[in-house]
Design a protein around this ligand. Structure first.
Ligand SMILES: [Ca+2]
Length: 507
């Protein structure tokens, strides 16, 4: 089914569904009871740029995230969960539409999903709940900042709380001067209460307290850290003393067996290369600041969860905690996202609440795309044939239930990664490939794609590559990579890359 056909089918169904759900809401209020069990609340907690450096995921041996770990213990933790795109706007657009980036053609930081003609009438995840009579509220960053025009905001979430940006010191704290204004890290601001994420958590706490009690709620709270600038107050840095800091494992020669095309996905970025950090003695401070930011944001997750428990509504609430993608801290010579490797794609994903197994761990490959159909199923909405994910229902009941699908991540047209339980396979737009065996190579150091004995494995993995592979939509900007198979011409953010151009290594 094409996207357009799916959209028409869904549009035709939408009215009937909304009508049926409204009828159920009326029935609930007429009965004078709390909402029907089929209409649980949803607390949707997004974290920005958090990789697997979370205690329960063991991505970093020192990271302290007691609140996220406690949430995992009261629910199901997915240890092999991956984003659909290693960049904010395409990842969040995918989560909220339930469609792959390769289906929407949204690959860059622009356009916002409502500026894409084919998505204009697509019913998003929050819209589904708003139309069904839920109290829906958001604060902080759920949609990519600025991607929903103000006039349309109330059609997504009925209530929009504050979404403050990060506070900035008068001068940069990082030893790397100049560059992008967001590229900074260090001890700031002095008081936690001045932090954007403190204010965002406070807004979510208020929304939880003031949510009408005669209907269910869907509250989306999007935290900003550990996205750069990685700022936290001194107490969070004190958790990670410099003299005991364990640095990420990197290999100097790691990029010798990755195709040249792998560099095109992050040809030039605001995020510094590892060599730049090392030259300025700023690698350790960045790692320390990223860890401090994670522990601070974890404390704010704790504040929101405490408010949920105090509301008396936790037993009827599905809690979802997710991050939009990961982040490199020197691995493969770079920092930031914009890659198809584990560092960029692996994310924390936890669900907890009614009829969700407690203290359960699912190692099956799952995708952020699965959240939309999962919440439809759990909240009693009809399944949507236009969505591309698969409900996690079976794994929420029994975490070891196998899944036949791998997790697919896409960065710009034609570049895809396929992650199964044991393998990561990557295919770039020019046909070059990578293959890693996660059973023996969790750092993805040794590319096996050119080995003869891997041909059968490669054949098996290639068949999962997305069949729909749309070009970037009109208006695509920022981190957009274009490749023309006929001429082999490559361009990054509108500037062509010659086949012999030296790989940029910022100063
Ligand atoms: Ca390597």
């Amino acid at each position: 089914m094409t996207l357009e056909t799916r959209r028409r089918v869904w549009s035709a169904m939408a009215f009937a569904i909304a009508w049926a759900c409204a009828g159920r809401a009326v029935a609930a209020s007429e009965a004078g009871s709390s909402p029907l069990p089929a209409r649980p609340n949803v607390l949707f907690l997004a974290i920005d740029d958090l990789n697997d450096w979370v205690g329960c995921l063991k991505g970093h041996p020192q990271v302290q995230t007691p609140h996220i770990d406690a949430l995992a213990a009261r629910g199901t933790l997915f240890t092999n969960a991956h984003c659909q795109a290693p960049l904010c706007n395409p990842s969040r657009s995918s989560v909220l539409t339930g469609l792959r980036p390769s289906t929407t053609g949204v690959y860059g930081l622009a356009p916002g999903l409502r500026d894409v003609a084919e998505l204009r009438n697509h019913v998003t995840l929050p819209q589904t709940f708003t139309r069904a009579g839920y109290y829906t509220a958001t604060c902080g960053k759920i949609f990519h900042d600025g991607s929903i025009p103000q006039l349309l905001q109330a059609t997504e979430f009925s209530t929009w709380g504050p979404a403050p940006g990060m506070p900035k010191p008068p001068q940069k704290l990082s030893r790397i001067a100049g560059g992008h204004p967001l590229m900074d890290w260090g001890v700031f601001p002095p008081r936690d209460q001045e932090q954007a994420d403190w204010k965002i958590a406070t807004a979510a706490v208020e929304q939880l307290r003031s949510a009408p009690r005669d209907k269910p709620f869907f509250i989306g709270c999007g935290f900003r850290l550990p996205h750069v600038p990685c700022f936290a107050s001194q107490r969070w840095f004190d958790l990670y003393p410099d003299n005991r800091l364990i640095m990420p494992m990197v290999r100097e020669d790691d990029r010798e067996d990755t195709p040249r095309f792998s560099w095109y996905l992050h040809w030039k970025l605001p995020e510094p290369r590892l060599a730049t950090l090392q030259r300025h003695n700023d690698w350790r401070p960045l790692v320390q600041a990223y860890l401090a930011s994670i522990s601070f944001v974890d404390s704010q997750v704790g504040r929101v969860l405490k408010a949920l428990d105090e509301s008396g509504r936790a037993e009827r609430t599905i809690i979802v905690l997710w991050s939009d993608h990961g982040w490199h801290l020197g691995e493969k010579g770079i920092t930031g996202k914009n890659t198809l490797w584990e560092r960029s794609t692996r994310i924390p994903l936890i669900l907890a609440g009614p009829e969700i197994a407690r203290n359960a761990v699912c190692a099956e490959p799952v995708e952020l795309l699965d959240l939309f159909p999962t919440l439809l199923e759990r909240c009693g909405f009809p399944a949507r044939p236009d969505l591309e994910g698969h409900s996690l229902g079976p794994q929420l009941r029994e975490a070891t239930t196998p899944r036949p699908w791998p997790a697919i991540t896409t960065h710009n047209q034609g570049n895809h990664s396929v992650r199964t339980r044991d393998w990561r396979y990557i295919r770039y737009a020019d046909g070059s490939e990578e293959l890693y065996d996660h059973r023996i190579d969790p750092n993805e150091w040794t590319n096996l794609a050119s080995r003869d004995e891997m041909s059968e494995t490669l054949r098996e993995l290639r068949r999962w590559l997305p069949r729909i592979d749309r070009p970037a939509v009109p208006g695509s900007k920022h981190r957009v990579l274009l490749y023309d198979p006929a001429t082999k011409a490559v361009s990054w953010e509108g500037t062509s890359i010659g086949s012999d151009d030296p790989i940029p290594n910022d100063e």
